[in-house]
Design a protein around this ligand. Structure first.
Ligand code: HEC
Ligand code: HEC
Length: 359
């Protein structure tokens, strides 16, 4: 399939994608006008209502619409959860009115990465992950619950602190994830989880080439200095968000322990979803361009997380592109950062015992 030239993709995304971004914003307040009156028959939780006709739909990808739920405790919790995902900065982030509620430490929203409030296929969806947790996570080398995974992103992607597991915010996030995950099969990943795999380049990613790709394909929105585009105060108040386009580096971005700081994870996301409006079915930039662009982005300054040396206590589980020590195998730190990663992956597979150093 031929993809349209990049400037048209960006122009198209600016015209279509960005207004859609804000149109998708949940209405402020607890009771959106679309909700049926309280007391109307409520759907059985095990059988969610008919899926919404949202842009997130694709073949085999249908996400129940929270606005179709009545204005009862369950419906309100689902919509509150969506609000926390879509407007994190103003609800549990640095712009929350109550300083005690400022759990997230940067200006991002969960939705900055989990696109369309976590409903977009291959846009790191939260739809479909309810039934996958608890699951083994190599970073901690143990089985982790969904609450712990959410807090993993709070401490890294959001550069903040963990939400109390028993608190109403965590409950609302879980209720939302549970709702948009139905129908799904427990223990199985939906097709569309994460972002699609991408062939790894045979060469090292080239951050200098990436700088040019960034200037051509990303800077229009994310800014030449990577600091994104902040909303003016009235628009920020109206949307509950800090940014029109989120920062990719600097103090208001994800920290060096985040998944997005790993260049393979980041390139997969970017290839399938950026420039905004792109979908996995029609990527706008080449695979190598995505690796180079994110190699450039991920070598720019960003917040640091303490204690990263304690990640992956079983070192054989450490992804080849985790760019922080300790490293396993006979590879230079630069090779973990830029690749080529395949020789590292091959070495890890061939030497499981040598790799299984524990802290
Ligand atoms: C800077 C981008 C970014 C932000 C912001 C972010 N996340 Fe994530 N999140 C990721 C990435 C990348 C992954 C996949 C991680 C990996 O492969 O290690 C992920 C994974 C997850 C998962 C597991 C998904 C799965 O398929 O297993 C959950 C749940 C999650 N995030 C919740 C959240 C919540 C809730 C927030 C907001 C409080 C949030 N994230 C903010 C990037 C982000
Ligand atoms: C048309 C504007 C636009 C262009 C061009 C664009 N992006 Fe984005 N990007 C966005 C928006 C908007 C979001 C957040 C989505 C949301 O908040 O709903 C985003 C999110 C991201 C994120 C995750 C959030 C974060 O702050 O880390 C990354 C990484 C990213 N973009 C990288 C890129 C790269 C690399 C390019 C160039 C190849 C690019 N983008 C081009 C608009 C754009």
């Amino acid at each position: 399939m031929r993809t349209p030239p990049l400037p048209w993709v960006i122009a198209g995304a600016l015209l279509v994608g960005v207004p859609a971004l804000f149109a998708a914003r949940p209405a402020p307040g607890p009771a959106p006008a679309a909700a049926p009156p309280a007391g109307s028959p409520r759907p059985d939780q095990a059988r969610p209502p008919a899926p919404s006709a949202s842009a997130a739909e694709g073949p085999g990808w249908q996400v129940p619409d929270p606005d179709a739920l009545p204005d009862d405790a369950y419906g309100r919790a689902v919509r509150r959860g969506r609000d926390l995902i879509a407007r994190t900065s103003s609800t549990i982030g640095p712009d929350a009115a109550d300083p005690a509620m400022r759990f997230a430490g940067n200006g991002l929203d969960c939705q900055s990465c989990h696109l369309q409030a976590g409903t977009q296929q291959f846009g790191l969806p939260l739809a479909g992950v309810w039934g996958v947790f608890p699951t083994y996570i190599g970073r901690e080398d143990e089985v982790r619950t969904l609450e712990e995974r959410v807090n993993g992103c709070m401490e890294r992607s959001m550069n903040g602190r963990a939400l109390p597991v028993e608190g109403p915010e965590m409950k609302a996030i879980l209720t939302y994830v549970r709702h948009i995950s139905a129908p799904e099969r427990v223990g199985q990943s939906l097709h569309g989880r994460g972002s699609p795999p991408l062939p790894l380049p045979d060469r090292a990613a080239d951050p200098e080439r990436g700088r040019q790709i960034y200037a051509d394909a990303c800077a229009t929105c994310h800014g030449a200095d990577g600091q994104g585009q902040r909303l003016e105060a009235p628009e920020a108040a109206e949307t509950g968000r800090r940014y029109r386009f989120p920062p990719l580096w600097g103090p208001d971005s994800y920290n060096d322990g985040a998944g997005m700081a790993r260049t393979i994870t980041a390139a997969r996301f970017v290839h399938a979803n950026m420039p905004l409006g792109t979908t996995f079915e029609a990527p706008a930039i080449g695979a190598e361009d995505a690796f180079d662009a994110m190699a450039f982005v991920n070598t720019q300054p960003r917040p640091r997380k303490e204690g990263l040396e304690r990640d992956y206590p079983d070192r054989s589980k450490k992804p080849a592109d985790a760019a922080y020590p300790p490293f396993v195998g006979p590879f230079a730190p630069e090779q973990h950062r830029y690749g080529p990663w395949k020789p590292i992956q091959d070495w890890l597979r061939a030497n499981p015992d040598a790799a299984r150093v524990t802290n």
